[in-house]
Write a protein that binds this ligand. Structure first.
Ligand SMILES: Cc1cc2nc3c(=O)[nH]c(=O)nc-3n(C[C@H](O)[C@H](O)[C@H](O)COP(=O)(O)OP(=O)(O)OC[C@H]3O[C@@H](n4cnc5c(N)ncnc54)[C@H](O)[C@@H]3O)c2cc1C
Length: 405
């Protein structure tokens, strides 16, 4: 059976991307830019004031795709990262500073509100005339040659589905892929705020016994906050008046940025870690949170998701150029092999760091303190860690290197 691009009878498009979050939009843009016939299935997402710290490779990818220029007015440079042990434990870690210039970068990345990122991506998708359905995919079934997606009205048939439909992925279920999921006893409270002292392009992470309390620069004298707590404490903070909450956050930040004023919009996110058993099966490839969820520590979640999108787009674009099947088992196996190590290593690192904060086991506190001490003192180790955090050596798809897919 010939399944190359020439065999297009009854196909709606070669590829359908299910989900219009940032990962899905970037995948659709990368595919269309490479000349792949793509259908985006994406109800308009809810506007979110939550922010994303996009690391250098992700910013390069967005620049290469022509999206970053529209983001720059809303994005703040992350030139330095400061980690402060704010636990009251016997063995505490030293304060550690990382500067992007140490690894020859102007910035580790940029922080941007998701609503501005999604707006820039949506505008670019429209500019590229990407076909879009704004209704939900209700059912997905694969056979040897194609995948059929059913809607309340009508259906679409494609060679490959890109499952970018988030943590509760229908695509993952349709592919028969299970996942390892563990809920943490933690909830993240998110909001943006103004402050009277400048942040100096520095992100500050206070490590507390309940999880990190992280202030990340936004343009001007503003920052975003991700405050990780137990669920009742997060709910109690979220219910406070603006004035009380502003004062409480300033207290927790040790007045580092002076008086604070919270902006409208608060989010509460119970935390979990989850990895799909496989990233691709039965002509369905998973990207972003459909494939993996990590807690918001070290800004890894969407950066991983963008590397998924860039890697998959590269493989599909190559198959398209060779007139080969864009959903073949060989292509899906290659995608799985290229994404597994990056995803698993980040999962382990984030999970270990988070659990080292939560445990009451003294030797673990000592080990965490010693690790940070060594990172602070040993230059090559610092630089390797910084480079690996921003641009992992094992996963550099073309878009992250500034080349088109
Ligand atoms: C508090 C917090 C802070 C974070 N900070 C960072 C950070 O600084 N840096 C970072 O890299 N990551 C961060 N993350 C992680 C990041 O936000 C996620 O990785 C990212 O939003 C996931 O994007 P996505 O496109 O995969 O999924 P989503 O944004 O969840 O998008 C999925 C989309 O699919 C749609 N969908 C679902 N089902 C269907 C269907 N059946 N048909 C059609 N559409 C469907 C949904 O409506 C949704 O729009 C953070 C996460 C949290 C909770």
């Amino acid at each position: 059976m010939a399944l190359g691009n020439g065999t297009t009878e009854n196909l709606t498009a070669q590829v359908a991307v299910v989900g219009g979050g940032p990962a899905g939009l970037i995948a659709a843009i990368a595919l269309k830019s490479a000349g792949v016939d793509v259908l985006l299935i994406a109800p308009t997402p809810e506007e979110s004031h939550r922010t994303t710290a996009l690391l250098a490779g992700s910013v390069t990818a967005l620049t290469t795709l022509g999206v970053w220029e529209a983001c720059t007015p809303h994005a703040a440079r992350l030139a330095a990262i400061r980690i402060i042990d704010d636990t009251r434990r016997l063995l505490r870690a030293p304060e550690v500073h990382f500067n992007a210039t140490e690894i020859g970068l102007d910035a580790f990345g940029y922080n941007i509100e998701n609503r501005h990122l999604v707006a820039a991506l949506t505008a670019h998708a429209e500019h590229l005339n990407i076909a879009r359905r704004t209704d939900m995919a209700l059912a997905i079934t694969s056979d040897a040659a194609s995948v059929t997606i059913k809607f309340a009205h009508g259906a679409a048939r494609v060679r490959l589905v890109v499952g970018a439909d988030g943590a509760h992925s229908l695509c993952r279920k349709a592919a028969g892929i299970g996942s390892d999921r563990r809920a943490y006893p933690q909830t993240a409270l998110t909001l943006n705020l103004a402050h009277v002292r400048p942040h100096d392009d520095t992100s500050t992470e206070f490590h507390t016994e309940r999880g990190p309390f992280t202030l990340v620069p936004l343009p001007g004298q503003r920052s975003s906050l991700v405050c990780v707590l137990d669920a009742p404490s997060a709910a109690a903070l979220a219910a406070m008046s603006d004035a009380d909450l502003s004062a409480e956050i300033e207290r927790r930040a040790h007045s580092l940025l002076g008086k604070m004023t919270v902006e409208p919009g608060r989010g509460v996110f119970p935390l979990a870690i989850e990895t799909a058993h496989s990233f691709a099966r039965a002509r369905i490839a998973l990207i972003g949170e459909a494939a993996h969820v990590v807690p918001p520590i070290g800004a890894q979640g969407l950066n991983l998701g963008l590397r998924d999108a860039a890697t998959l787009a590269e493989l599909v674009a190559d198959a398209h150029r060779q007139n080969a099947d864009v959903g073949s088992p060989a292509l899906l196996a290659r995608y799985e092999a290229m994404r597994r190590a990056d995803t698993v290593s980040r999962r382990i690192a984030v999970d270990l760091l988070n659990r080292s904060l939560l445990t009451d086991f003294l030797p673990v506190h000592g080990l965490r303190g010693l690790s940070l001490y060594l990172v602070d003192r040993i230059g090559p180790l610092r630089r390797t860690l910084m480079r690996e955090g921003v641009m992992p050596a094992t996963s550099q798809p073309r878009l992250m290197r500034g080349e088109m897919v």
